[in-house]
Write a protein that binds this ligand. Structure first.
Ligand code: 5GP
Length: 172
């Protein structure tokens, strides 16, 4: 990988924002047993930090759907791994790395709601509002960013850069 990564959000900035998101989520659901569903693989670091910042009762599971190959979206969403447990009457929070066109989240929200959730909310670390193709509700957004392809903190380019503790823009 010969590309360079221009830092956009530092690790301390990310962690501070996640603490605030965790407080918002608990404030909106003061007594609920919250079931977090992370979307693999991009959400793993966000999920780990968000859950460790949560108070009260939380459980977690993961789901995997097909995503980008390289930097272009296919517009087609496919399930690769389903959740392990049923969601009937659960208070579910989807945890996603980034909402871009919104197609992935739209698919996931329909899929999980059909399982009989009591409530369904979505937390995304990043949002690129200028790229939206479907109007999908996102209840908790960490940062709104410009239309750049970003990597780090779980986000990849062909499986590289996920391990970076910060988020940066991939420049060639
Ligand atoms: P959407 O369906 O909203 O277009 O795309 C969602 C998925 O596309 C994300 O979960 C993520 O995997 C991928 N994606 C969108 N934008 C970016 C980006 O800037 N960088 C990376 N690494 N992945 C992205």
């Amino acid at each position: 990988m010969s590309a360079t990564v221009r830092p956009l959000l530092s690790a301390p900035e990310i962690h501070a924002r996640i603490e605030a998101l965790a407080a918002d989520i608990r404030r909106d659901n003061p007594d609920a047993d919250l079931h977090f569903i992370g979307v693999l693989k991009g959400s793993v670091f966000f999920m780990a930090d968000l859950l460790r910042a949560m108070s009260g009762t939380v459980t977690m599971d993961f789901i995997a759907v097909s995503s980008y190959a390289g930097t272009k979206t296919t517009g087609e969403v496919r399930m690769l791994k389903d959740v392990d447990r049923g969601l009937q009457d659960r208070h579910v929070i989807i945890v996603e790395d980034i909402v871009d066109t919104g197609l992935t989240l739209h698919y996931l929200q329909d899929l999980l709601r059909a399982r009989g959730t009591r409530s369904l909310r979505t937390a995304c670390l990043l949002s690129k509002p200028s790229r939206r193709k479907v109007d999908v509700p996102v209840d908790y957004i960490g940062f709104e960013i410009e239309d750049h392809f970003v990597v780090g903190y779980g986000l990849d380019y062909d499986e590289h850069y996920r391990h970076l503790p910060y988020i940066g823009v991939l420049t060639s």
